[in-house]
Design a protein around this ligand. Structure first.
Ligand code: FAD
Length: 278
């Protein structure tokens, strides 16, 4: 499939029911028309399973689009990681989003990998250059980081371990992105950092996610969303304006692409692409 001139990518999560899977085929087809560089599938997030991830990754590959499998290493052994990566390689997958992942609270770490940088180094040692490796970046600082500088060094460690590029947690402050990229460059890290873009679909869901991920919703956005109450049409129209403006700012700051958290829906992401001419 040909790619759009400005690189875009779409993120999905595995569906849980047969109806959900059937609906998702339509969502994917609508989004493929925008010629994404790749579509990625989350792994182990929100109670989903590895087999759900691999099944959706395989479907995307079979539809002629490059799939990226997210891959988290928390609680995993070297042997389990090796065999799952081999499965992905055999499916023709050539792109990974390598992550530490999160365990539900109350679980110990217990696995053979402590940080995403350990996973990146392992993938490079075992599979050479088979995979293009993406890692996560946090312009507003990962919620468990000791401090911003330590988090930046953790990001640099992932790049040094062999990551090719990065996708950020979503954010609504373009300045945080610009500063993060500058600071990473100051540490000698020049890999492309692609902003992760969250369309605004549902105010209460967004606020819940943002509390969990440490992504700040600026006060003026939060108050306006709250004032719309359950007026979904106004929330979406306002969200489209705010997020499209953010994307424009990011492009003018030199962002090398945009990665959309589609939330398995096409309308809001398509509206953003239309607004941005993508
Ligand atoms: P790491 O880079 O390992 O960092 C984790 C924490 O450890 C940070 O606070 C960091 O500062 C600290 N740290 C790292 N190295 C060191 C060190 N050497 N010494 C001290 N501290 C250190 N989660 C899922 O479960 N499934 C998914 O599919 C998924 N997809 C994601 C996609 C993107 C683009 C992003 C941004 C996040 C995604 N997540 C996903 C969430 C992610 O798993 C969590 O944010 C997780 O808590 C951290 O993962 P990481 O790979 O960033 O970890």
């Amino acid at each position: 499939m040909a790619h759009a001139s400005f690189p875009i990518s779409f993120e999905f999560f595995p569906t849980k029911t047969a109806e959900g899977a059937a609906r998702h085929v339509q969502v994917r087809q609508a989004l493929y028309a925008r010629q994404p560089q790749f579509c990625s599938v989350t792994y182990g997030a929100g109670g989903s399973t590895q087999s759900g991830t691999f099944a959706l990754v395989q479907a995307i590959q079979q539809e002629g689009v490059a799939a990226a499998s997210h891959f988290s290493c928390i609680g995993a052994t070297r042997e389990s990681v090796r065999s799952e990566l081999q499965q992905l390689k055999d499916m023709g997958v050539r792109r990974l989003v390598a992550l530490r992942g999160d365990l539900p609270s109350g679980y110990g770490l217990g696995g053979e990998f402590q940080y995403a940088s350990d996973l990146v180094a392992f993938i490079r040692a075992e599979f050479g250059d088979t995979f293009h490796i993406e890692v996560a970046a946090y312009p507003e600082v990962h919620p468990q980081a000791r401090n911003p500088e330590a988090d930046l060094r953790a990001f640099a460690a992932k790049a040094r371990a062999g990551a090719d590029s990065a996708i950020t947690q979503y954010f609504f402050n373009a300045d945080a992105y610009a500063r993060f990229v500058d600071d990473a460059q100051r540490l000698g890290v020049g890999i492309p950092v692609v902003p992760g873009i969250m369309p605004i679909l549902n105010a209460s869901q967004l606020m819940r996610f943002s509390d969990a991920t440490g992504a700040e919703i600026p006060r003026w956005i939060r108050l306006r969303l709250q004032a719309f109450g359950d007026d979904t049409a106004s929330i979406r129209a306002f969200g489209l304006d705010v997020v499209a403006r953010l994307c424009e700012q990011l492009r003018s700051l030199g962002a090398p692409g945009l990665h959309f958290y589609t939330m398995n829906q096409s309308a809001a992401t398509l509206a953003l692409c239309d607004r941005l001419g993508l």
